[in-house]
Design a protein around this ligand. Structure first.
Ligand code: ISJ
Length: 367
């Protein structure tokens, strides 16, 4: 063995020893952290707070702090993701959290649920957005995850419409970069593709790419991307557009990567539950308001926000479902409902609205 080789081996052996020591320290500290979480559970139980093991505002603060104190070389996001998993495991010791999401398995909504709650949550796919609302309302699960808007395709009306009749609260939000891939099964002949399956939203998000690469191929809208991936399993002339999770789950081969028309394509998801979330220090509030149908109504509605310098992040209009040509506004803004100036603005809006419902104040998405 050359001298140089011996030096290299020695250096590597030393570094690996050091890593082993650090791992032992990390493991010991994680166990200590888990012990603390168990004690927190005891204290909560003693106070009868047993329904509130999961604290969205506290988790957001822990993740933000992990990012703030990070000095590299890992990115802030990587550091926060690691803490996300540690917290998820600690919380599962207190009580494994049950989460329903818009399925089936392999959808972006599942990915969003895992991103928000970590891998120790028990997640369950449901077939429709309404079912997710119903399961949370019935108490069969603690939380639900549903998509609410996409940066390319706009709002998901079905989710907003559910709030018209539901009393659930928004407890959190999570944003996901959406990358679509064209995928095929092992029996698909790439040159013989005549049909491409995907969810209508995904087909729309890849429209230009499809127009230039597969102009004459039939585009078939199915219930979900995961359903599309499942279908191509047995078809030699079909491909699917879906995400990484679906490709893994159904063992498909990716033929073309990241085919979404806009590179910043992302979807925002809501966490729905029944608890009101205290302030985390960086929060958003969602509001549903219906107005009398007369001139100046929208102006009157928005005026208090301007006067109190509240930053509106979104305004959507939906038919109210309770009479023709009456509308409901969905408004998102920065800040928490417990902040005095916001509470005052909400009172002023209530004075001119025919109906107002605060859908929730919740931590701004961290990851
Ligand atoms: C430990 C707590 O309970 C849960 C676990 C957390 C954690 O592991 O850091 C944070 C918030 C809660 O979801 C707590 O309330 O502080």
């Amino acid at each position: 063995m050359s001298q140089q080789q011996q030096n290299t081996d020695q250096q590597l052996a030393q570094l690996r020893d050091r890593i082993d020591q650090i791992d032992a320290d990390i493991a010991r500290l994680i166990s200590q952290r888990a012990e603390c979480a168990l004690q927190v559970a005891e204290v909560k139980k003693a106070n009868g707070e047993d329904a509130l093991y999961y604290r969205p505002e506290r988790e957001a603060q822990v993740l933000r702090r992990a990012m703030e104190r990070n000095g590299g070389p890992l990115t802030d996001e990587e550091m926060a993701r690691l803490f996300r998993e540690i917290m998820s495991a600690c919380l599962a010791l207190e009580e494994p959290i049950k989460v329903a999401y818009l399925g089936p398995e392999g959808t972006f909504t599942q990915q969003a649920a895992l991103k928000h709650f970590g891998n120790s949550a028990k997640s369950r796919p449901l077939a429709a957005i309404d079912e997710v609302f119903r399961e949370v309302e019935a108490g069969a699960v603690n939380y639900g995850v549903v998509p609410v808007e996409n940066s390319t395709e706009g709002v998901i009306n079905h989710t907003l419409d559910n709030f018209l009749t539901s009393n659930l609260q928004i407890c959190g939000e999570v944003e996901l970069r959406i990358h679509h891939h064209l995928m095929i099964s092992d029996i698909t002949r790439p040159e013989a593709i005549t049909r491409i399956y995907s969810h209508a939203q995904s087909l729309a998000q890849c429209r230009k790419w499809l127009d230039s690469h597969y102009p004459n191929v039939e585009r078939v809208a199915v219930a979900s991307n995961a359903e599309a991936a499942k279908r191509v399993k047995g078809e030699w002339n079909a491909a699917a557009i879906a995400g990484d999770m679906a490709a893994d789950l159904y063992g498909l081969k990716v033929l073309a990567e990241k085919i979404e028309d806009r590179p910043d394509n992302s979807t925002r998801f809501l966490i729905i539950g029944s608890q009101a979330v205290p302030p985390s220090g960086d929060d958003k509030t969602s509001l549903m308001v219906s107005m009398r149908n007369e001139p100046g109504a929208l102006h009157d509605l928005l005026e208090p926000f301007r006067r109190h310098s509240i930053d509106l992040t979104r305004v959507e209009t939906r038919p109210s479902q309770s009479g023709n040509w009456t509308y409901v506004f969905f408004i998102d803004f920065a800040g928490h409902r417990d902040t005095p100036s916001i509470a005052e603005a909400l009172r002023e809006v209530a004075d001119c609205a025919s109906d107002i419902k605060v859908l929730g104040s919740y931590p701004r998405g961290v990851l």
